[in-house]
Ligand binder design. Structure first.
Ligand SMILES: [Zn+2]
Ligand SMILES: [Zn+2]
Length: 166
């Protein structure tokens, strides 16, 4: 999901079921910076730089500390956990949760399971939870698209190979 305007950020909150929350330019700047740093963790992990990935993740945890708090949004709703203090912006809440989640993954799966989609036009990141640790694409869609493209490329190359061989 592209994140270039304040409206894009509002849409993110809507998608995850928080309703369309107010977001401002400052939220957007914080969000985009965190997005770059989160991506760096995946890049480092995918490149086999385990210690650097852990360090980058720790840096994010420091910048976006978790402060657990039970709330019901003061409207008689059900009690549930939030990960940031009272009055925190939705972006601060979202990022602290995402980064905590990433850190838990890091400990559970190891940074070697962090990957960047092998489809160059995509570039999304993913967590490889396959049993054989062989995932290369972020989604089935990218895997299929990439295999079809490779197949077409082989087909195009085939006649030439025949001529050079003959
Ligand atoms: Zn809530
Ligand atoms: Zn992909």
């Amino acid at each position: 999901m592209p994140l270039t305007t304040v409206d894009d950020l509002g849409a993110v909150f809507e998608v995850i079921g928080w309703g369309r929350r107010h977001a401002d330019e400052r939220d957007l700047a914080v969000f985009r910076k965190a997005q770059r740093r989160l991506r760096e963790v995946f890049d480092l992990g995918a490149a086999g730089k385990d210690e650097d990935a852990v360090q980058a993740c720790n840096g994010l945890l420091e910048s976006h500390p978790v402060q657990p708090r039970i709330t019901s949004h003061e409207d008689g709703g059900e009690w549930h956990m939030h990960v940031t203090g009272r009055g925190a912006s939705p972006s601060a809440e979202y990022l602290a949760g995402a980064i905590w989640g990433l850190a838990v993954w890091m400990c559970e799966y190891g940074s070697g399971r962090f990957g960047v989609c092998a489809d160059e036009r995509c570039g999304n990141v993913y967590l490889d939870t396959s049993s054989n640790c062989c995932r290369r694409f972020c989604s089935e869609r990218c895997a299929t698209r990439s295999h079809v493209a490779a197949h077409r490329a082989r087909k195009r190359a085939a006649p030439e190979m025949v001529t050079t061989a003959g």
